[in-house]
Write a protein that binds this ligand. Sequence first.
Ligand SMILES: [Zn+2]
Length: 487
Amino acid sequence: MKIYNSMTGKKEEFIPIDGNNVKMYACGVTVYDLCHIGHARQAIVYAMIADYLRYRGYNVKYVRNYTDVDDKIIKRANELGKNAIDFSKEQIEETEKDMAALHITDADEKTKASEYINQIIEFVQGLIDKGFAYKTESGDVYYRVRKFNEYGKLSHRNVDDMLNGVRIELEEGKEDPIDFALWKSAKPGEIYWESPWGKGRPGWHIECSVMALNTLGETIDIHGGGRDLVFPHHENEIAQSEAYTGKHFANCWSHCGLIKINGEKMSKSLGNSLTVRDALKMYNYEVIKYVMLSKHYGSDVDILDEDYTLAEKHLYYFYNTIAKMNEFINQYEGNAEGEKVKDDISSTIKEKFIEVMDDDFNTTAALSNLYGIFKYINNLIKTANKGNRNEVANTISKILEQVKEVYGVLGLLEQNPEEFTNELRKKYIEKINLKTEYIEEKIAKRVEAKKQKDFETADSIRAELDEQGIILNDTLKGTTWDIKELY
Ligand SMILES: [Zn+2]
């Protein structure tokens, strides 16, 4: 299995430190507001990686953090007249609701900065003792960046270049503008903890070094996070951890690309910061997941409204086919163990999935393989004849079993097919402003006209419905209708 490592800029063979055990840490959400679609992508990506590694037989421990002490949280809590920790607790609950609604596999441990204060203090003291950190008169503690020779190895920049183009706050008592805060003294009205340096709270970067060390150990296999965290956050994590333990911190640095929405960077001021909650009002959770997984996790993506529509169409096709498969299997007594048709593709599904997923979790390719599979199935059903229906049913049954196993790893195609397609049809019928009764009435009129051999009227009804976005399908069992836009 190969995974792209931001540290080396290469796809590398994945070899865990400890046999089959994989230690993975991914930076989570700073909880000061409802989470948006960018947070969802990141959570989906690292859950996908953990789930896939498990599918490949690894024993994964996946840790994800919540930053629940931070400037933004304190500011927001103050505006609302709430205690910062109570406020972030509420926000974590809301985030958990959203992630559960998206059916994202939970991390094995979800850590919070506020629950690791003692360990943070111990870590910071250790850095001071080793000369990698210093305390100022006002009770702040800074990391002495130039003391860590390898600083910049992840972002591939040297310290002096970093100073260009980065806004450096010239806090009092800092030895060097590049130094960053490990511990911040409390300003009046701010939440604080007692420490050897006075009342204060941790800086942001230190929490991840401390939580990774306490939950996973000194060296971890995979460290993930959004690409915007490479510098300074991950660079600082490396500096802290490696100075403290004297060991290599993470073997593979994995970064999830950033999201734009309809060509614009997501921002509250632009009014295009799509929250998970709002997205779920518009789309089935699987549609959102499908959009995210259809893009490679490492690439920056521009998500257009059309991407969701396209995902709806694809899933509609897949679920309709699954419904058809179930029907065919029932009717012709399919059995996954029975005799199959000659060109049965069921055995290649898993193989192809592993082949692309082992190549840096190429979900884009895994999803596009689905078309080939479903096209094959539809063709098989269409061309089935009296002589081979049972074999076709057996084949389809085996394929369905494989598709569910493999794509279930990505959390896809697990819903009830009829419920999914009905829900989508309902949404689109409302969108085109028609009522089911109206369509059925029209179909009845057309049937009547055909009975009377009035083909002109029958054709005009079909044309009229087509104009309104409804397509008709004459089958042996009668006329069915569907939404044009979903094809
Ligand atoms: Zn972090």
